[in-house]
Design a protein around this ligand. Sequence first.
Ligand code: HEC
Length: 170
Amino acid sequence: MSADADRKFFDLFMVVLAALVGISVLIWVISDRISDGTQKQYLAETAEYQAEIADRIAPVGRVRLPGEAAAAEAAVQAVPEPVATELTGAQVYNANCGACHTNGIGGAPKIGDGDAWVARAAQGLETLRGHAVNGYQGDAGYMPAKGGNVGLSDDEVHRAVDYMLAESGQ
Ligand code: HEC
């Protein structure tokens, strides 16, 4: 290749290079203009954006020091102490006695079966209650004290007996 051809190539190359640089600058200027209107407001430097972030990452709860916001504290209603509730006869029966007495398991007199309860009721309420609380070994089988749940109070067992008798027409 001659030196002339080299020069021609070089000139053309420089023209193309200049054009590319020009286009790059043009793109940069245009994008900067556009971002002025769209992106700047979201830049991390703006106070508004910072406030939005602080709001999003704020902890759910906050420790309140004594004396702080006393009014808010006073507004919180005092939660009443849970009251130990006694179970009703039906509740005690369903949870502790029905396992045997609903279907007559192990010789247990069935609830609702009047015939099975007539002779037992004849012993008197105190005797029945006593057998239920303290346990009872009869001819039919073994009745565990309090139906096996020593957590029941005597009164609760008494109510269960009353419930069983009432349900059995006694
Ligand atoms: C593991 C089975 C079982 C459970 C649970 C059970 N019983 Fe019984 N119960 C029996 C049996 C068996 C008899 C019959 C005993 C006999 O007369 O030979 C009986 C008898 C009784 C009698 C009649 C006692 C008498 O003197 O004739 C009463 C009242 C009674 N149960 C109340 C209860 C109550 C109240 C509960 C629940 C707190 C309960 N039972 C839970 C098995 C059970």
